[in-house]
Design a protein around this ligand. Structure first.
Ligand code: ATP
Length: 366
């Protein structure tokens, strides 16, 4: 089911009645293709949950429209939209067994949608198998691990065969290992069912790893929409560049002079076609190449062995980050006793941003 958001806006009145309204979602227009998994990503308070609540019907938009396929669902109550919801707190009924929890939404069906006991069991068993919880059907939620509880919550959301599955930080209550495992599970289940899924998270690794497309939001405004790798490789502004990537992008103040990019006095990269101006520079950790002849010299702090790669931690007066983090292949040895280390830069890993607007200034990479 394709989901279309048209100029979707949600304003909340300011609680103390002074000052402006909070614009939680500001003029969001986007078409989510059928059967895709979309990651809504951004820092706390950027409007992710509000967007999801608008799509589910838990909130009503101030203006704008929402379509599921060709149906305008903007004014439909949540129960008539055909959405499945999964939240951070699994919200299972503690006194019901796993099977009863999964069947619960089916028991409320009325009229021609009402199912026989046998049919309910069949449907519940199918989704229980899908989320691989069918061995634990007689247990109560308190007898399950966090990951298992979240699977039950997903099964419960799927049991009515929703048109759209909405997940709000579904992995937040899980420990690091379970998060990894469960996010892969979600991807598997989503691909198997083909249900259009919108997944809210503030964790960029999570969003990047399982989404077909990510939507990066800030202060209620969509910053960029695209395939995770494309957004990482080609961020539209400084915010998106700094929000994506672990370790984070290294940010410097610099300038362009005569189509050369300068950090301090060093010309570090050719930037053909860019006019002379002060700029903000972002360099991905993998954009540094050890080179004794390199023009970019930094103060070496330490070298961290990471197995396959080595992390070189260094400093430079023009860097806005606390330290510069560069990732180089482990076979390239760094002299740990040296005071400084020199790099050349890979131009495709170097991004320029306007010093005022922080919008990307593109330049051709040979
Ligand atoms: P988090 O990751 O912390 O959950 P979020 O990105 O999901 O954040 P939202 O919960 O959508 O953000 O909130 C967006 C903005 O709208 C915030 O500034 C928030 O304070 C405000 N907001 C949300 N709900 C209400 C409400 N009912 N009344 C007033 N303001 C609200």
């Amino acid at each position: 089911m394709k989901v279309v958001l048209e100029h979707l806006t949600k304003r909340f009145p300011n609680r103390n009645k002074k000052g402006d309204d909070v614009i939680a979602v500001n003029d969001f227009t986007f078409e989510i293709p059928d059967g895709k998994l979309i990651g809504l990503l951004g820092p706390s308070g950027c409007g992710k949950s509000t967007t999801l609540n608008l799509i589910s019907g838990l909130e009503t938009p101030t203006s704008g429209k929402i379509f599921f396929g060709d149906d305008d669902v903007t004014r439909l109550p949540p129960e008539n939209r055909g959405v499945g919801l999964v939240f951070q707190n699994y919200a299972l009924y503690p006194h019901l067994t796993v099977l009863e929890n999964i069947q619960f939404p089916l028991k409320n069906l009325r009229g021609d949608k009402k199912l026989s006991k046998q049919k309910m069991l069949e449907v519940a068993m199918t989704v229980a198998k899908l989320v691989q919880i069918d061995g634990l059907l007689e247990r109560k939620p308190s007898e399950l691990s966090g990951g298992q509880q979240q699977r039950v919550a997903i099964a419960r959301a799927l049991v009515k065969l929703p048109r759209v599955l909405l997940m709000d930080e579904p992995l937040s209550n899980l420990d690091a290992r379970l998060r990894l495992q469960t996010r892969e599970e979600i991807r598997r289940i989503q691909q198997k069912t083909g249900i259009t899924t919108i997944f809210v998270t503030h964790d960029q690794d999570e969003a990047m790893s399982i989404s077909d497309m990510i939507v990066v939001m800030k202060d209620g405004v969509v910053q960029q929409i695209g395939q995770p790798q494309d957004v990482y490789d080609s961020p539209v502004n400084l915010f998106v560049a700094t929000f994506l990537g672990t370790p984070p992008i290294n940010v410097f103040d610099g300038k362009v002079n005569n189509e050369q990019l300068y950090i301090g006095d060093a010309a570090v990269c050719a930037v053909p076609g860019v006019k002379d101006q002060p700029v903000i520079i972002g360099i991905r950790p993998e954009g540094f190449n050890l080179d004794v002849q390199g023009s970019f010299e930094v103060y070496l702090h330490r070298v961290e062995v990471m197995g396959r790669d080595t992390s070189v931690v260094s400093a430079h007066p023009a860097c806005r980050n606390e330290v510069i983090r560069s990732i180089i292949p482990a076979k390239n040895k760094v002299d740990k006793t040296a005071k400084t280390v020199r790099f050349t830069l890979s131009p495709e890993k170097v991004f320029l941003f306007d010093a005022e607007t922080e919008q990307r200034i593109p330049f051709p990479v040979e």
